[in-house]
Write a protein that binds this ligand. Structure first.
Ligand code: URA
Length: 210
């Protein structure tokens, strides 16, 4: 299967998925969207009210702010792939449970990432960060670069956090402003990873040179 076919196959499976209890309360599953050859994949937490209504990621207030952040670095949402660690809305916007994240990521997110093979993965908020870089605090590591299983991963605050706490707005804007430069540098990481393929158990490595 080519990447476009694989993404569409994952999307179909997500809409029919009943692997965890989140499928009972969802209106629409939200597989994610964007081009199969995107340089950047943004990974949020899970669909909220509006996403559950429309079946599309980041279409509420946080999504509007994400569009603005992209606009400030000269990018449009159509150029990036946007998805979440869990594809169905946790009822009442509760946190996704670790077993829900584990099931959804292994069945769907991992396949999306393998198909897209992006230069950079940006995690939005602590739930998606925790999957790639466990045991760190977002306040300590936001905007920094990590090599995780051969991929450049940059944890950032969730746009909704910046909407709730105004002081985080300039912080997330500053982290976003560095993305174009980091996409350029990511080619270097990907080259290095090709020369010495990462071991699957290799812990995240912080890249001090970035
Ligand atoms: N928040 C998320 O984490 N994901 C969405 O898709 C929308 C809001």
């Amino acid at each position: 299967m080519n990447p476009i076919e694989e993404l569409s196959q994952v999307g179909k499976e997500v809409t029919e998925c009943n692997l965890c209890e989140l499928h009972f309360s969802r209106k629409n599953a939200v597989p994610g969207e964007g081009p199969a050859d995107a340089d950047i994949v943004f990974i949020g937490e899970g669909p909220g009210f509006h996403e559950n209504e429309q079946g599309r990621p980041f279409v509420g207030a946080a999504g509007k702010f994400l569009d603005e952040l992209l606009g400030k670095i000269g990018m449009k949402r159509e150029q990036v792939f946007i998805t979440n660690v869990v594809k169905c809305r946790p009822p009442g916007n509760r946190d996704p449970k670790p077993e829900e994240v584990g099931t959804c990521v292994s069945h769907y997110l991992e396949r999306q990432l393998a198909a897209i093979n992006p230069k950079v993965i940006v995690t939005l908020g602590r739930h998606s960060m925790g999957y790639f870089i466990p045991n760190v605090k977002i306040g300590d590591v936001h905007g920094q670069s990590f090599q995780v299983r051969g991929k450049l991963v940059i944890p950032m605050y969730h746009p909704a956090a910046a909407l709730h706490q105004g002081s985080l707005k300039p912080v997330i804007e500053k982290d976003f402003a560095r993305l174009p430069e980091l996409i350029g540098k990511a080619s270097q990481v990907n080259e290095n990873a090709k020369q010495s393929p990462p071991q699957s158990q290799e812990p995240p490595q912080q890249l001090s040179l970035f």
